[in-house]
Design a protein around this ligand. Structure first.
Ligand code: PLP
Length: 429
């Protein structure tokens, strides 16, 4: 019988050494991981339906990614691209210029975190338009830096206690049927904002997640994007799509934007881009990306050669292993199972998805109130049974699934069975 002896000791050390602001969801300290499985320091195994928060489309320790990183380590591991450049950086920018949606001349710059890609999208938008204001959506998550925090549309825990969030940022509601918000509501709010609060001629960009990650896996209806594109074109505003969570096969296309009949001016990427090595990217129209003066973009670690080698291997693995198709197959299988479960469990209010970006929202069957407490109990029950789950949503009442797309059929099936058992046990007793 496994114990939690080592985890308990480590948890004590964590609490004494690290601030609570860096919250941890479980007390499972990892020892090793492979593809969609994690083993903790006490030898307990977990099926991983979290994927390091959407980072591991290609799983833990994919052999081709490990090999690419090892090769790079044997050559050099840091020079700073801005001091002595290297081919990998350029090759990855070429790949992203070709792979991202939009049939126009593009440029790409590499950074380290998702928040940094977002920060730089705002810098490029400001430099290119000569305007400073930004529009984002309620429920959005764009990172924990100052501008990322300002763009984020959720107060607790991201903004609470951190003072004035400047940055000339305005929010409008994101369409979400279970929150009672339609596309029409979002557009009306935007038009009202332009009349009441801010001149559209001052807006540099509108930034949007096509599926709100942290916000609850709400999928933007194509009509919203069509109307946003039109509004942007009318007022000279840039449309910025944040693909940090949705990118790299997760939604059943390489990029979520491929599901939509519009083009974006700038696209941010991170997470699964480099399969767990810290790397982010900003790709956009050449004329916009070329606006900042030399030296205005970059960073000491931006486009690390190790992470770049990993990213080039990730893109190859996605292509060679058909992970776009696999995302669709896994997503469909999970939605079918969850919809069947919903018939037996009235607490499941909605099951929604785009490719493998699947979520289920829970509400009190009697009152319809968001059931955040139930979600927490399902997460704990699943953890006790050996399944790692993530929650999300402005009301904390959504379970989201971000398993590796390389997960084997048997481990996926095992995870689904553990999930069903946990939901039934918590909701039906
Ligand atoms: C859509 C989106 N944008 C930006 C970020 C911030 O990325 P990072 O945590 O790497 O800074 C995240 C992280 O969850 C995200 O989901």
């Amino acid at each position: 019988m496994p114990t939690n002896e080592h985890a308990t000791a480590l948890e004590r050390r964590r609490q004494a050494a690290c601030p609570p602001g860096v919250a941890v969801q479980t007390d499972r300290f990892v020892q090793r991981a492979q593809n969609a499985e994690i083993w903790d320091v006490d030898g307990r195994r977990l099926v991983d339906f979290a994927g390091g928060i959407a980072v591991l489309a290609t799983g833990h320790r994919h052999p081709k990614i490990i090999e690419a990183v090892r090769k790079q380590l044997d050559l050099f591991h840091h020079t700073c691209f801005q001091v002595t450049p290297y081919e990998g950086y350029v090759a990855l920018c070429e790949r992203l210029n070709a792979l991202t949606p939009g049939a126009f001349d593009k440029r790409t710059a590499l950074f380290t975190t998702g928040a940094e890609a977002v920060e730089n999208a705002v810098k490029v938008a400001r430099a290119a338009t000569g305007r400073s204001a930004m529009i984002a959506f309620s429920g959005a998550f764009h990172g924990r830096t100052m501008m990322g925090m300002a763009l984020t549309g959720k107060v607790k825990p991201y903004k609470a206690g951190f003072g004035a969030v400047g940055g000339d940022v305005w929010h409008v509601p994101y369409p979400a049927p279970t929150l009672g918000v339609s596309v029409e509501d979002s557009i009306k709010a935007l038009e009202h904002l332009f009349r009441a609060d801010v001149d559209p001629q001052r807006i540099a960009g509108i930034i949007i997640e096509l599926v709100q990650g942290e916000g609850g896996f709400y999928v933007a209806p194509p009509e919203l994007l069509v109307r946003l594109r039109k509004i942007c074109d009318e007022h000279g505003i840039l449309l910025i799509v944040d693909e940090v969570q949705t990118g790299f096969a997760r939604t059943g296309k390489l990029f979520a934007l491929e599901h939509y009949p519009v083009e974006a001016d700038l696209i941010t990427m991170a997470k699964s881009l480099a399969g767990g090595f810290p790397l982010s990217a900003l790709t956009g129209r050449a004329a916009l990306m070329n606006a900042p003066a030399p030296g205005g973009l970059g960073g000491t670690y931006a486009g690390s050669p190790i992470a770049v080698a990993a990213a080039l291997a990730v893109i190859e693995v996605i292509e060679q292993e058909g992970l776009v198709e696999r995302a669709n197959a896994l997503g469909e299988a999970m939605v079918t199972r969850l919809k069947a479960l919903k018939k037996a469990v009235p607490h499941i209010q909605e099951v929604r998805s785009l490719g493998a970006m699947v979520a289920m929202e829970l509400a009190d069957p009697a009152t319809g109130a968001p059931a955040a407490e139930l979600v927490k109990r399902i997460q704990q029950c699943a953890l006790d049974k050996g399944l790692l789950l993530l929650a999300c949503g402005v009301n904390g009442n959504v379970v989201r699934f971000l398993f590796p797309l390389t997960i084997s059929d048997s481990v996926f099936e095992e995870g689904l069975a553990l999930l069903e058992a946990s939901v039934r046990e918590v909701c039906l007793g």
